[in-house]
Write a protein that binds this ligand. Structure first.
Ligand SMILES: *[C@@H]1O[C@H](CO)[C@@H](O)[C@H](O)[C@H]1NC(C)=O
Ligand SMILES: *[C@@H]1O[C@H](CO)[C@@H](O)[C@H](O)[C@H]1NC(C)=O
Ligand SMILES: *[C@@H]1O[C@H](CO)[C@@H](O)[C@H](O)[C@H]1NC(C)=O
Ligand SMILES: *[C@@H]1O[C@H](CO)[C@@H](O)[C@H](O)[C@H]1NC(C)=O
Ligand SMILES: *[C@@H]1O[C@H](CO)[C@@H](O)[C@H](O)[C@H]1NC(C)=O
Ligand SMILES: *[C@@H]1O[C@H](CO)[C@@H](O)[C@H](O)[C@H]1NC(C)=O
Ligand SMILES: *[C@@H]1O[C@H](CO)[C@@H](O)[C@H](O)[C@H]1NC(C)=O
Length: 542
């Protein structure tokens, strides 16, 4: 006991010298005083009056600490500007008092006997460092706790929050806590408090990908400098084999979203943000907390653990795909009654369908888009054969730079005719790009009639009439290219033929079309630039 007192005295003296300028009240002097002789009987009287006082169950050996805690209570009540300071004051308000707050926090004896009258504690904006000040939570009755705008780190004591049954306001925003690793805990926090309680707290997923690898898959036939090829190859390894990534770059947890996050991102799934609705899916546009614009495909229902696990496995695959011509899947939500896929919409401006109908783009732009789609499909086929896509002009998004982005993927086991299906879809896509006719809307007989009509006109040598009317004034070179593209489109859609071209063959045919085309020279130049950029990037990471 004597030892404790002398230690405390030393600490208090040191504190006193540190804070003497800012703390004019004689708290330190008072704390150094011994309790008055009748203190023990005062306590007994208080406890008779109010047995809920925290010190009533303590042993008398703690008398000194109880005494000191009453002194701190008094000063804290005054510093907090409570209207009426006696043993039952209702709040602690130490916001923006960076010298006082740490001092009061250091009085652990005070928190141990936290007055049960205190309902709100505000310690915001104090540059508090170090771990969560857990002894504050000994005030178990509190309704509000504000620790925002500090520099607290380490784990937040989630289990302890669960014991604070009356806590309805919590603000931990703007701190440096460690990210919550258990999804259930995260869900608990967001459900019980508002996600705006954890802004930039470090606790919740940040949704920033730990890395951004510029995909360096060069698919155009062209001369590539040896050095660039080597770097590109390494870069490709990097992209293709996620297992080679250091684990810190593969933090899969960053892919998971809660229903609350999606709700917040879409304004409560508001109709204004509803883009598309089918029997099973609803697609919303939204904005995540970090500002990322996303597309969210939502399915509601009752999902068993087994089906959710399968869903998550699919999403994991989708989230690993990285190609400049595929919409990036950022993550998913696998709740019991809501599952969703979240994809990046930052770069998308509109769908190819809208672009084609709305702006009648010139041929070289259309060709560039077709080549991009081909590259995306080739990447899918080579790297992710289990992933299919519903390729059509309305499902391919377009970036500002006319970079097509394939969306709406499907994960399944690789089927025997998967490639034939995708080749057919690509053929339709290509024909639509040339004719600007929609096989699903402009033809009663759908795709079959569309292809039949093109075949007939083409075989009668009238291919010029097939070309989009808005493209009538075209150079002879562009016309030649279009004719070749038409023939590729027809080859891809010749379902009765037993020798459909493969994706690689189409790719080769395309490179021949475009070998003489300006668009390709331009693309080559762009690619070279990209490659040199990505090579720096790749080297840096490696
Ligand atoms: C003091 O202890 C008694 C019996 O152990 C208990 O019922 C009471 O709730 C305790 N009071 C406080 C304030 O902890
Ligand atoms: C203590 O202050 C509260 C208001 O904060 C008041 O209602 C109560 O009567 C006061 N008690 C004593 C003993 O002065
Ligand atoms: C935070 O405290 C600083 C002084 O320490 C003050 O200048 C600033 O206005 C405070 N910010 C808020 C939001 O209270
Ligand atoms: C929460 O408030 C209720 C009603 O005021 C009270 O009975 C209960 O003890 C409080 N819970 C805690 C943990 O203090
Ligand atoms: C804490 O103080 C800040 C600054 O005045 C205020 O914005 C915030 O609402 C307070 N928090 C609580 C729980 O009273
Ligand atoms: C959560 O905070 C947002 C604003 O940040 C607010 O619009 C919303 O009403 C809050 N939700 C609840 C349940 O408090
Ligand atoms: C928490 O504090 C931050 C920063 O002051 C504020 O933006 C946020 O709205 C607060 N959250 C709640 C739930 O009051």
């Amino acid at each position: 006991m004597a030892l404790t007192i002398s230690k405390t005295a030393i600490i208090l003296t040191i504190l006193a010298s540190i804070i003497s300028s800012s703390l004019s009240s004689p708290i330190i002097d008072e704390l150094n005083q011994p309790p008055p002789p009748d203190f023990s009987s005062t306590l007994s009287a208080n406890c008779l009056r109010d047995p809920s006082l925290r010190y009533c169950n303590s042993t008398t050996s703690d008398l000194l600490n109880i005494f000191k805690s009453t002194i701190v209570s008094k000063h804290l009540c005054i510093a907090s500007q409570n209207p009426n300071c006696n043993l039952s004051f209702s709040f602690i308000n130490l916001h923006s008092t960076p010298t006082l707050a740490p001092l009061y926090l250091s009085f652990s004896f005070f928190w141990k006997y936290c007055p049960t009258s205190i309902l709100s504690i505000n310690l915001s904006n104090n540059s508090l460092k170090g771990p969560f000040p857990s002894h504050v939570l000994q005030c178990m009755q509190i309704h509000a706790l504000d620790l925002s705008h500090n520099a607290l780190s380490g784990h937040a004591p989630l289990e302890a929050f669960k014991l604070l049954t009356n806590l309805s306001f919590l603000n931990l925003s703007y701190n440096h806590f460690s990210e919550i690793t258990d999804e259930k805990d995260e869900y608990f926090l967001i459900k019980r408090f508002n996600s705006s309680s954890f802004i930039h707290s470090g606790l919740l997923l940040s949704h920033h990908h730990g890395f951004k690898v510029t995909t360096s898959i060069f698919l155009l036939v062209g001369v590539l400098v040896f050095a660039v090829s080597v770097v590109g190859f390494l870069g490709r390894l990097f992209v293709r084999r996620p297992d080679y990534l250091p684990s810190i770059l593969r933090r899969r947890r960053h892919n998971k979203y809660t229903p609350a996050m999606l709700k917040a991102a879409t304004g409560g799934f508001s109709d204004d943000n509803l883009v598309e609705k089918s029997e099973r899916w609803e697609i919303y546009r939204g904005r995540l907390r970090d500002g990322t614009e996303v597309g969210i495909r939502v399915q509601r229902g009752r999902f068993s653990r087994v089906s959710r696990n399968a869903f998550v496995e699919e999403c994991r695959v989708l989230a690993m795909m990285e190609h400049e011509n595929l919409v990036k899947v950022l993550g998913w939500c696998d709740n019991r009654d809501l599952i969703a896929v979240v994809s990046d919409q930052r770069t998308s401006v509109c769908s190819v369908e809208e672009w084609l109908v709305g702006s009648s783009p010139p041929w070289n732009h259309r060709l560039k888009v077709c080549i991009g789609v081909m590259q995306g499909l080739r990447y899918l086929q080579q790297q992710w054969p289990q992933v299919g896509c519903d390729l059509r002009t309305s499902n391919v998004m377009l970036s500002q730079e006319l970079n097509p982005l394939i969306s709406k993927f499907r994960v399944g086991t690789k089927q025997n005719n998967a490639e034939a299906k995708i080749v057919y879809k690509f053929g339709l896509f290509l024909l639509e790009m040339i004719t600007n006719k929609n096989p699903r809307e402009d033809f009663g007989g759908g795709e079959e009639e569309f292809v039949g009509w093109i075949n007939k006109v083409y075989n009668h040598g009238h291919s010029r009439t097939l070309i989009d009317e808005k493209l009538r004034v075209i150079s002879s070179q562009a016309y030649e290219e279009m004719k070749r593209a038409l023939s590729i489109g027809l080859a891809c859609t010749a379902v009765k033929s037993d020798s459909l071209p493969t994706i690689d063959e189409i790719f080769l045919m395309f490179s021949r079309i475009s070998a003489s085309s300006q668009v390709v020279h331009k693309i080559h130049a762009e690619r070279k630039k990209e490659l040199s950029k990505s090579s720096h990037h790749g080297l840096h990471i490696l």
